[in-house]
Design a binder for this molecule. Sequence first.
Ligand code: HEC
Length: 121
Amino acid sequence: MMKQVAIILLAGTALLTGSSVTAQDGEKLFRKCKACHAVTTEKNGIGPTLKGVYDRPAASVEGYKYSKAMQTAGFNWDDANLDKFLEKPRAHVKGTKMAFPGVRKPNERRALIAYLKSVSE
Ligand code: HEC
């Protein structure tokens, strides 16, 4: 399982270098997230489904057992919060149980956010 995640992470890196990003770029990058998150269905995996996540309050998928940290985060998943969380999950939501190091490149985060937005409309 961890090996699989590592391969997925590698496949997603170095995909984007330009500054204009699209939801399609984000869809490709979402491979990094797929081991734990569904996004087109309501099904929860290791992580909660991200279907409709854009602009919804943190920790609001019913039936998913969030960490205490996420339950008390107290914000909506807007661009700014998604950007900070995806850059360094554990720094933005201290104590989160999302075991993911983060996405270093701002372009890649923007593409991912565009994708999450596009599947939330
Ligand atoms: C190794 C598994 C794993 C990977 C990979 C992963 N996540 Fe997560 N994610 C989680 C878990 C577990 C949670 C719940 C965190 C908590 O309760 O503290 C979570 C929570 C989230 C949330 C908050 C959802 C909510 O309903 O409040 C967002 C947004 C999110 N992840 C986005 C992503 C994105 C985008 C990626 C890919 C770049 C990603 N995650 C990669 C496991 C993962």
